[in-house]
Design a protein around this ligand. Structure first.
Ligand SMILES: Cc1ncc(COP(=O)(O)O)c(C=O)c1O
Length: 408
């Protein structure tokens, strides 16, 4: 294996043209698009048009004239195409945490006799924290179980099973169809967090008969820092589900200014307050770009990048104590790769100093994301060569790489 081999893999890349659509600083190999996607080149121009034209000139008339009021559903309909949903089953709104709160409480409202939510230990912290909050308010019980106990714990008291489809540390991918069917077999609902899936691996919510889902806009979807998130409610659940955040945008007629809340009969019932138009504008640019790519090509290329990275690290960096965390089989994983190492944090800092940006997750995980739209196999080769040099020269042992920043 050599760099020429990497280049030969890139020569047939059907997604190669997408790289030009992103701002990627020279000298940087960006392996953190699973945490914050890079800037699409079309975003600044669109934001300038929204700020200067629609806001600056159109002022309040833009709520109607520029279609601001419909932005959550319009973006939702675009996002729906990426996750196997119908256009009227998704809205782009709020953060993933807030959407999870709405849908977990909504799941309890759909299963009134049941008082338990189940999730896995080691799930992304916000998921567990939010479920704790929902259960405390609803007088329900949260079971946080090891992953191999989740399915067998589902019973007649389970209102919903709440899992992250691709695990944020290990990249392990749950069997969406199988676990959803297991929840349904016991009369429970299934709520998936797709934050590490959408824009990376193929997702088909309706083919898997999923009830509810949430996900993040700023990772593989490249919507920008703090981009609005999304939520999915299957059409068959929309008439009954109740959002605990009954804000005016979820009202059947927000501009009737009625005294009492009357929920919208469709997905808009899951909206709460005034939509963040600038964030939604950036999100729509990113979604339009993502929709140009064939999702199967996205997953296939991402898997090829991950496979290549794992092979190279395990051969060219052998003997330096890096241990793959999570599954090796591409069918069982998402598009980031984690290696455990006692000096994981310092290694990531040393890599960043050399222009290879990955991230670190406690206690010892060096994590690297392989976003298929802009990365090449040649960059994977170069990144691993830099990693090898760092390990061979023990550059990561320098004191400057020991300090921990607030955001890692
Ligand atoms: C699985 C998962 N859910 C949710 C979030 C973030 O939620 P929020 O956008 O509300 O901060 C993350 C962020 O990394 C995540 O990995």
């Amino acid at each position: 294996m050599d760099r020429a081999h990497a280049q030969s893999l890139d020569a047939t890349d059907p997604l190669a043209r997408f790289r030009e659509a992103f701002v990627l600083p020279p000298g940087v190999i960006y392996l953190d698009g699973n945490s914050l996607g890079p800037l699409p080149k079309a975003t600044p121009g669109r934001l300038a048009a929204v700020v200067e034209g629609e806001w600056g000139q159109g002022l309040i008339t833009s709520w109607n004239a520029a279609g601001w009021i419909d932005a959550p559903q319009r973006a939702g309909a675009k996002l729906a195409r990426l996750i196997g949903a119908r256009p009227d089953e998704v809205v782009v709104a709020d953060s993933t945490s807030v959407n999870l709160f709405k849908l977990a409480a909504g799941a309890l409202s759909l299963r009134p006799g049941r008082k338990t939510l189940i999730t896995e230990s080691g799930n992304f912290p916000t998921d567990v924290y939010v479920l704790e909050g929902v259960c405390a308010l609803a007088g329900a019980t949260l079971k946080v179980l090891p992953s191999d106990e989740v399915v067998s714990a589902i019973d007649e008291d389970t209102a919903a099973v709440v899992l992250t489809h691709v695990h944020y540390k290990t990249a392990r991918r749950w069997d969406m169809a199988g676990v959803t069917a297991a929840a349904h077999a016991k009369g429970a609902l299934m709520l998936w967090d797709l934050s590490h899936s959408t824009g990376a691996v193929a997702v088909d919510l309706n083919a898997c008969n999923v009830d509810l889902a949430v996900g993040c806009g700023y990772k593989y979807l490249n919507g920008g820092p703090g981009a609005p998130a999304y939520l999915f409610v299957a059409e068959r659940r929309q008439a009954q589900i109740r959002s605990p955040l009954s804000g005016w945008m979820g009202h059947a007629e927000p501009f009737a200014f009625e005294d009492r809340y009357r929920a919208s009969a469709d997905i808009r019932a899951m909206l709460c307050g005034t939509p963040p138009i600038l964030g939604l504008a950036a999100m729509e640019v990113a979604l339009d770009l993502q929709l140009e790519a064939d999702p199967r090509a996205v997953e296939t290329k991402g898997q090829s990048l991950c496979r290549f990275f794992i092979e190279l690290v395990e051969t060219r960096c052998a003997g330096h104590g890096l241990a793959l965390t999570g599954p090796r089989d591409m069918a069982e994983r998402g598009l980031h790769v984690s290696f455990a190492h006692p000096d994981g944090h310092a290694i990531v800092q040393a890599l960043i100093a050399r222009g290879v940006i990955g991230d670190f997750r406690d206690p010892d995980i060096a994590r690297f994301g392989f976003s298929p739209l802009y990365l090449s196999h040649a960059e994977v080769w170069d990144a691993v060569e830099i990693l090898r040099e760092i390990l061979e020269t023990r550059a990561h042992e320098r004191p400057e790489y020991r300090a921990r920043a607030a955001v890692t």
